[in-house]
Design a protein around this ligand. Structure first.
Ligand code: AMP
Ligand code: GLY
Length: 416
């Protein structure tokens, strides 16, 4: 089977790596891919937003399954275009992808289908937003409606902060059209947890748990990033499978059916858990990055079989099993990230890493045979092991061998 992966990050490298273990997968292609993926497949220049180019590619190469990594092509309707032309896709169609593409849409979906979430109001003018502030206590949360690459959520401690955030989003339009509408919501206490599930719209199967570390600095301080590292299982999550099923997954599936949403892919549910009660912070319509790196390392079942069953709506026939081992992923970032950072800095030492560690490429490029940094998150150092301590030791040992100027990583992955 020929598989095409859309995207270029550590998540896509981890998906490619997992698919490369399948005996059924004979060819792996990626648009645009990265130097890590190019060791196990063929990378092709092109933009993930160029839907016509991707369709032509799928036709020419007779691709059997296209796996869409990032949210942008999903929200643009790449799954619809490929499926309507007769091709198999792993990833939801545009209407369902709006669960991530619009915060207002996703909040109204949650409210309508009794999925627990923070109280909120939706506003589309600055004046209405200022008035709505009176309905909340502080801190409160201001969220730009559209896709904003992680920059659309502001936690406001007081009225001054809230007015400033609303002005930037709605008047100054710092996030351009993503700020046409805004959701203002109640601040939730508790601990955060990501729940990723496979679903074909009929059956939903949760993956093993993972803990992301969103802030840039140790101790969970500083600005939010795309994720600085993950461990699986989530050491903070005690057994909540039944509660999550009853309170979140069942109403979510009911909602999909009532709304006639054709959802075949991954649903990533961001949760805040307080006193054993989950509330949904957000939906993402794709694998998380860097959650995927640790989750897929623990997957025993053939990933191609799962993805194919999801695309065919036969997920109920698949038994998914996981390794008991722990996994960790440490993100090596560029100095300055998540703010401004330099690109094009040489990376060395990847060949010195122990064999029991795998390094996924997240933001790298090859130029004249030299591996260079090409993003904020550069590399993902990952390992499986017998315990949290064991995997932490493996990734932090390996990290020492990898060198590039300005390399930054958190030291407390799995602990904080
Ligand atoms: P979101 O993109 O909606 O998940 O928001 C990004 C991050 O902001 C989340 O991972 C939380 O850390 C934080 N956040 C979002 N909404 C809330 C809320 N209602 N209460 C507390 N923290 C929140
Ligand atoms: N790690 C969070 C995300 O992928 O959105």
């Amino acid at each position: 089977m020929k598989v095409l992966i859309i995207g270029s990050g550590g998540r896509e490298h981890a998906i490619a790596f997992s698919l490369s273990k399948s005996k059924k997968v004979t060819e792996i292609h990626a648009i645009p891919g990265n130097p890590g993926i190019s060791k196990i497949g063929t990378c092709h220049n092109g933009s993930v937003e160029d839907l016509d180019f991707i369709l032509q590619f799928v036709k020419e190469h007779k691709i059997d399954l296209t796996v869409i990594g990032p949210e942008v092509p999903l929200c643009l309707g790449l799954a619809d275009l490929l499926e309507d032309n007769g091709f198999k896709v792993f990833g939801p169609r545009k209407y369902a992808a709006t669960l991530e593409g619009s915060k207002a849409f996703s909040k109204s979906f949650m409210e309508k289908h009794n999925i627990p979430t923070a109280k909120y109001v939706e506003v589309s003018t600055y004046e209405d937003a200022l008035e709505a502030l009176n309905k909340f206590e502080y801190p409160l949360v201001v969220k730009a409606d559209g896709l904003a690459a992680g920059k659309g959520v502001v936690i406001c401690e007081n009225e001054l902060d809230a007015k400033a955030a609303l002005k930037e989003i709605m008047v100054d339009r710092l996030l351009s059209s993503a700020g046409e509408k805004v959701v203002i919501e109640e601040f939730l206490k508790g601990f955060e947890c990501s729940l990723l599930c496979f679903t074909d719209g009929e059956t939903i199967i949760p993956m093993v748990s993972a803990k992301d570390h969103k802030q840039i600095f140790d101790g969970n301080i500083g600005p939010n990033t795309g994720g600085m590292g993950t461990v699986s299982p989530n050491p903070f999550l005690k057994d909540m499978d039944e509660i999550l099923k009853q309170e979140v997954l069942n109403p979510f599936m009911e909602g999909l059916k009532k709304e006639n949403m054709d959802y075949r892919g991954v649903i990533f549910i961001g949760l805040m858990i307080d006193n054993n009660h989950p509330k949904v912070l957000e939906f993402n319509v794709r694998f998380g990055d860097p959650e995927t790196q640790v989750i897929l390392l623990r997957l025993e079942t053939d990933l191609f079989d799962i993805m194919n069953a999801v695309a065919d709506k036969s997920l109920k026939d698949i038994n998914i099993t996981w390794k008991k081992e722990h996994a960790a992923c440490l993100v090596l970032a560029s100095k300055g990230y998540p703010g401004k950072y330099e690109k094009g800095i040489e990376i060395t030492g990847l060949d010195d890493v122990n064999e029991d560690v795998i390094v996924f490429h997240a933001g790298t490029k090859l130029e004249n045979d030299k591996l260079l940094t090409n993003g904020g998150r550069v590399l993902n150092v990952c390992a499986l092991g017998t315990s949290l301590e064991d995997v932490r030791q493996k990734v932090y040992n390996a990290e020492k061998s990898i060198k590039f100027e300005g390399k930054y990583s958190r030291k407390d992955i799995g602990l904080a």
